[in-house]
Design a protein around this ligand. Structure first.
Ligand code: CA
Length: 231
């Protein structure tokens, strides 16, 4: 069996130990790095599958690690932050992180994030070239014809709703920030557009989700953004 290799970037020894013990007892392989320079070096030389990255490192900010590796690596990065401020997470996500965990976190939360990321990796491997058809649960997007089907029935989406849905679908498993979505759907990231984004998201959800109040496909990250989940 091909076990995932996870790079744990953490300078806090008790936290690092908690993570590595959890990974080991759940059948994952791991590497560790206690600072940013080592993290970049290990990513380049050992080619790990996933990075768990603490944002507060002794030699550089974790966001800087993401910026350095993103020019040549697509490795999924799960940010681990002691800072509860959303701004740090948003900065990390905008720099190219996939997901985040806030300290203190439970072992179950950590394992759940790794499973989401693994599904994303599997999906990337299965659709290495841009696939013309997206399938997730009962949702099907035919990118070529621009048609969307839910449970075999064609959905009627406005052009903005379609763009929004495609952006989330192409990034399934990844948390997208408001800024990223606004830039990619509207070509702007004006602060006050977050309100319009919410409105479009609400109408899209009404069409997509059988229970818009407990959405199955699109997850809300309050103050941060949205994520399409793999069903
Ligand atoms: Ca730290």
């Amino acid at each position: 069996m091909n076990k995932l290799l996870i790079l744990v970037v953490e300078d806090d020894i008790p936290v690092k130990n908690l993570i590595t013990i959890t990974l080991k007892s759940n059948g994952y392989r791991y590497l560790t790095a206690a600072d940013g320079e080592t993290a970049v070096m290990e990513t380049a030389s050992r080619n790990p599958d996933i990075m768990l990255l603490d944002l507060g490192l002794p030699d550089m900010d974790g966001v800087e690690v993401i910026r350095r590796i993103r020019s040549w690596s697509n490795i999924p990065v799960i940010v681990i932050s002691a800072r509860s401020e959303d701004e740090d997470k948003i900065e990390a996500l905008d720099a190219g992180a996939d997901d985040y965990l806030t300290k203190p976190f439970s072992v179950e939360e950590l394992l759940a994030r790794i499973r989401v990321t693994k599904r994303r990796l599997d999906q990337m491997a299965g659709h290495s070239a841009a696939s013309p058809v997206y399938e997730n649960g009962s949702l099907v997007i035919d990118y070529v014809s621009g048609c969307v089907y839910l449970g075999g029935k064609e959905m009627h989406l406005t052009p903005i709703e379609y763009k929004l849905l495609c952006l989330l679908a192409r990034n399934t498993g990844k948390v997208l920030t408001h800024k990223y979505i606004l830039q990619n759907v509207w070509g702007s990231s004006l602060e006050n557009d977050v309100g319009s984004l919410r409105v479009f998201m609400a109408t899209l959800r009404k069409k997509l989700e059988s229970l818009p109040d407990s959405p199955q496909y699109i997850q809300t990250h309050v103050g941060i953004g949205y994520r399409m989940l793999k069903i």
